[in-house]
Design a protein around this ligand. Structure first.
Ligand SMILES: Cc1cc2nc3c(=O)[nH]c(=O)nc-3n(C[C@H](O)[C@H](O)[C@H](O)COP(=O)(O)OP(=O)(O)OC[C@H]3O[C@@H](n4cnc5c(N)ncnc54)[C@H](O)[C@@H]3O)c2cc1C
Length: 374
């Protein structure tokens, strides 16, 4: 086993860290308080080639691989989890098209997404369910030489900015269909924005599909294989959320260390108190464990391996790390940590989202357990 990063990976990581410190971190608080989608940063991420890191150059990517993707994402999320999440979510439809798309679809849809010319969202969740695909009620019906899609999707991240949406709908036969829908299509309507406690500014919204007409070339994969496509693409989504968890925890640890060195109690910095040192040590050890789980999962994907099991392990663990570490950081920060003018409480709110979105922890446990018991 080689735990060293390549020179190219170290360079990418360094460049992303500098970019995040210079351009992302200064905007993080404003994105959170305004709740406005950061269009400028989304464009900048695309221009820097961060949107297509895992994908081959022939499809608009940079061919740097999944581990490079995780390294860059980690740096962005440390500065602003919302900004990193834009990159992570945009990668989910790309992964679906890369794995299941025809050559034509890869050229037409994957390339502009990977080049950052377009943004893509994924619309699976509905008002009545996020965890149970059997309960999906959005339907796709054959009409003429194409399809008509009717239904409602809930909590669609990037909805206010996305040009394409990967939409899952029940087919007329058994199973789900996956469609790549142009969001400017007639009948594709954004409704209420979703006011979430964390990940603010992610453009999360309710989407109505009011008889949206879709040409056959926008059906991804074969009819009825939508669930398979979802599982494959979502495994990369889970890796992305796991990276977010590690990153938000790392950001909280760094703030805690700085604060503990400055804040005094009993005439000396609180960093000298065993209770505070205990918090810092527990935080660091959990983050390090989460980080290697995440890196290994990305590494396995670079080897062409299926990561459905590993990405669930990584998401379950890293999201717990995020929640526990930000909680300890709030404790180290005392009342100052809890102030809305300080970054810690944003990290605390963002951390909780990692246990919920792209599959709640209970679902990750189900996936892990069924893998274990067969
Ligand atoms: C900020 C944000 C962004 C999001 N972005 C997107 C997006 O881009 N696209 C999209 O499609 N969705 C998105 N979602 C939706 C999200 O992925 C779902 O809400 C999530 O998967 C949980 O689904 P649910 O809310 O319907 O929970 P439910 O399925 O209703 O579950 C509620 C609770 O019941 C329990 N539970 C449910 N089923 C089981 C089970 N089988 N076993 C054990 N316990 C169970 C769990 O405790 C769970 O937390 C987003 C959500 C948020 C908050």
């Amino acid at each position: 086993m080689d735990f060293n990063l390549s020179e190219q990976q170290r360079m990418l990581q360094r460049a992303a860290r500098e970019f995040a410190a210079r351009s992302v971190r200064p905007q993080a608080a404003e994105i959170d308080t305004s709740g406005q989608f950061p269009f400028d940063l989304a464009k900048e991420i695309g221009k820097r080639g961060y949107q297509g890191l895992p994908y081959p150059t022939q499809y608009g990517g940079s061919g740097a691989g999944y581990l490079s993707y995780a390294l860059v994402l980690e740096q962005l999320c440390q500065a602003s989890m919302t900004v990193g999440a834009i990159m992570a979510i945009n990668t989910v439809p790309q992964e679906a098209i890369f794995r299941f798309g025809s050559e034509e679809q890869k050229k037409a849809f994957l390339a502009p997404l990977a080049q950052g010319k377009l943004l893509g969202s994924i619309a699976f969740t509905e008002a009545e369910t996020g965890s149970d695909p059997q309960a999906i009620t959005t339907v796709s019906k054959k009409s003429g030489d194409g399809y008509v899609i009717t239904g409602q999707k809930q909590f669609v991240a990037l909805a206010t900015a996305a040009n394409l949406a990967l939409v899952f709908a029940r087919g007329e036969g058994k199973g789900l269909n996956a469609f790549i829908i142009d969001t400017s299509s007639k009948g594709y309507n954004l409704r209420e924005p979703c006011k979430t406690m964390g990940l603010k500014g992610l453009g999360t919204s309710v989407v109505y599909l009011d008889d949206v007409r879709v040409p056959p070339k926008n059906l991804l994969g074969e009819e009825g294989r939508g669930f398979e496509i979802l599982l494959e693409a979502i495994s990369l989504g889970r890796l992305g959320v796991a990276v977010e968890g590690v990153a938000v925890a790392q950001a909280a640890l760094e703030i805690s260390i700085d604060y503990a060195k400055q804040r005094k109690a009993l005439g000396k910095p609180i960093a000298r108190l065993p209770a505070i040192q205990g918090h810092l040590a527990e935080m660091a050890s959990r983050i390090e464990a989460g980080r290697w789980l995440v890196y290994r999962t990305a590494f396995l994907r670079d080897q062409g391996r299926d990561i459905k099991y590993e990405s669930s392990l990584a998401k379950l663990f890293a999201s717990q790390v995020a929640v526990e570490v930000t909680d300890r950081a709030m404790q180290v920060g005392g009342s100052y940590g809890a102030m809305t003018t300080m970054p810690l409480e944003r990290l605390y709110r963002d951390a909780k989202m990692t246990e919920i979105y792209v599959g709640v922890s209970e679902i990750q446990r189900n996936i892990i357990a069924s893998h274990l018991i067969g």
